[in-house]
Design a protein around this ligand. Structure first.
Ligand code: ADP
Ligand code: ADP
Length: 234
């Protein structure tokens, strides 16, 4: 069964000027271990889809299944549990500015009650995996964009999720740094078997790392297939 299965997902918002259909009848599925891209221009509905996938927002209709479990049938309390299985990285990194890199990585482990000592030991290992152990005691303000994203990726590893959602995760980075972050994402996909969903407006990003891609346009999934199928020159 697929890791993520989205079926006929619709999401609409009521506004003063009427109803906005941000997602219209979207269906796709993502297999375990895949790197799946969702690409679209601004306003296509990417953020809306992300908020549905990370279970922060309920679809207006349709279903989302994770490993076969229909999330639409779960109460809020159980959704919170499912959410722990989904790691996220963001365009602006979302690190805690008052905490060192090490303590940022410790954070998800402290939340689940791992002792401070044990958390620090593991956090150092995760920082090593992302190539940043020598910056363990630096604060986010002392790190470059690429280094901040590495801390965020180490923090994701610390929460041991099966799914990683990358929401415009390289959009604030220069091309060279983007390349190295994408390489790191590919590495953790391979080594830890984490299923990766990459949401982006950048063609080059999906071409670089995705196995399959879905194209969103004005809330509609207009095309999906392998990168080769979609971007093959005629
Ligand atoms: P993207 O992330 O691809 O830029 P969004 O999901 O942010 O697209 O937006 C898709 C459409 O839904 C846009 O027209 C946007 O204005 C609208 N939209 C998104 N969120 C809301 C909301 N909370 N209330 C009203 N309209 C929204
Ligand atoms: P992004 O750059 O990630 O697409 P947006 O700027 O589209 O983000 O949206 C930021 C926030 O504003 C989101 O929480 C979204 O739900 C909300 N939003 C987007 N469009 C609208 C809208 N037309 N009306 C109300 N809220 C909106």
């Amino acid at each position: 069964e697929p890791m993520i299965q989205v079926e006929n997902l619709c999401k609409s918002f009521s506004t003063k000027s009427g109803t906005v259909e941000a997602a219209r009848n979207i269906s796709f599925s993502i297999e375990k271990g895949e790197i799946f891209g969702i690409i679209g221009l601004s306003g296509a509905g990417k953020s809306t889809l992300v908020r549905c996938l990370n279970l922060l927002e309920r679809p207006t209709s349709g279903t989302i299944r994770i490993k076969g479990k229909n999330l639409m049938e779960l109460p809020e309390r159980k959704l919170r549990k499912e959410r722990q299985n989904i790691g996220m990285i963001f365009q602006h990194f979302n690190l805690l500015m008052q905490r060192t890199a090490l303590d940022n990585v410790c954070f998800p482990m402290e939340i689940v009650g791992i002792s401070k000592k044990e958390a620090r030991k593991k956090a150092l290992e995760y920082l090593k995996i992302v190539g940043l152990e020598e910056k363990a005691l630096s604060y986010p303000s002392q790190l470059s964009g690429g280094q901040k994203q590495r801390v965020a990726i180490a923090r994701v590893l610390a929460s041991d999720p099966e799914i990683l959602l990358c929401d415009e995760a390289t959009s604030a980075l220069d091309p060279q740094t983007t390349k190295s972050i994408l390489e790191l994402i590919r590495k953790i996909n391979k080594e830890y078997g984490i299923t990766v969903v990459v949401i982006t407006h950048e063609m080059s990003v999906v071409q670089e790392i995705c196995n399959r891609v879905a194209v969103l346009e004005r809330g509609v999934l207009v095309e999906s297939g392998t990168v080769e199928e979609l971007f093959r020159s005629p």
